[in-house]
Design a protein around this ligand. Structure first.
Ligand SMILES: NC(=O)c1ccc[n+]([C@@H]2O[C@H](COP(=O)([O-])OP(=O)(O)OC[C@H]3O[C@@H](n4cnc5c(N)ncnc54)[C@H](OP(=O)(O)O)[C@@H]3O)[C@@H](O)[C@H]2O)c1
Length: 230
């Protein structure tokens, strides 16, 4: 039996990933905060996989991350997907200290703590997937908090990848362009959803990377929309 932990599995890319990775020999550990939305994910994946456990924790604080780690327990996991994320989008003078801290907490500290705890306990052949963004490589106006967090996670995961290479643990970094999910509901402005890629496209690419032979690492995946950058 394989154990897969996906953060932010209640909606968007995380939910699609859960659906894509569900299999009879897989025990899915699905994290989120919204219990109703997470139950919808459970309903969609339960018939396809061996077992589903829902983990409800706020990852904006280290205590929430520690609680999640404790609930997952000591048994090693075979896959960690650092997917949960927030986007505060506004001119940098308007970003509040709380918004900054939450962005750092969910987008950087949580993946750091989860990787630090789980990766050393993983067996060879296991994987860590980080859902970054094209905003991990390029700055955009009004996205300073988000870009800061994704650039930081990029540096962390590139370094950790090298530390884990000898142990045959793959670190797969994913850089989606604008993807049509709820994350855009709170972003001011007129964003053409029809030009965005879908969360299913992202999940399909991740599943492809994970399906490679254990000694092959498809390490970086950038997904763009042919409709052009937004
Ligand atoms: N959509 C895009 O355009 C896009 C592009 C590139 C990269 N990404 C990245 O893809 C990842 C998934 O985003 P998405 O587009 O699927 O967004 P989404 O639909 O808004 O989903 C975000 C997920 O993160 C969880 N989350 C947010 N804040 C949290 C907190 N404080 N504690 C615990 N969980 C929290 C949410 O859980 P609850 O809803 O249960 O609170 C939800 O499951 C993020 O890392 C995002 O940066 C997105």
């Amino acid at each position: 039996m394989k154990r897969y932990l996906i953060t932010g599995a209640s909606r968007g890319i995380g939910r699609e990933l859960a659906e894509k990775l569900a299999a009879p020999d897989v025990h899915l550990l699905l994290h989120g905060r919204d219990t109703v939305a997470l139950s919808h994910t459970r309903k969609a994946v339960e018939p396809q996989c061996a077992k589903v456990v829902l983990l409800i924790h706020d990852l904006a604080t280290p205590v929430g991350v520690s609680d999640l780690i404790a609930e997952v327990g000591d048994e090693p996991i075979d896959l960690l997907v650092n997917n949960a994320g927030v986007a505060v989008v506004k001119p940098f003078p308007e970003i509040t200290a709380i918004e900054w801290e939450q962005t750092v907490g969910v987008n950087i500290t949580a993946p750091f703590m989860l990787t630090q705890h789980f990766a050393p306990r993983m067996s060879p052949g296991s994987s860590v997937v980080n859902i970054l963004s094209i905003a991990a490589k390029t700055g955009f106006p009004n996205w300073s908090a988000y870009c800061t967090s994704k650039f930081a996670l990029e540096g962390f995961s590139q370094s950790v990848r090298e530390e884990l290479r000898d142990r045959k643990i793959r670190v797969i970094n994913v850089y989606p362009a604008a993807t049509d999910t709820d994350i855009w509901n709170h972003v001011e402005g007129n964003w053409p959803r029809d030009k965005m890629i879908s969360p299913k496209d992202v999940a399909t690419a991740v599943a492809y990377a994970l399906s490679q032979p254990a000694d092959v690492a498809l390490e970086n995946i950038t997904l763009s929309s042919l409709s052009g950058n937004l």
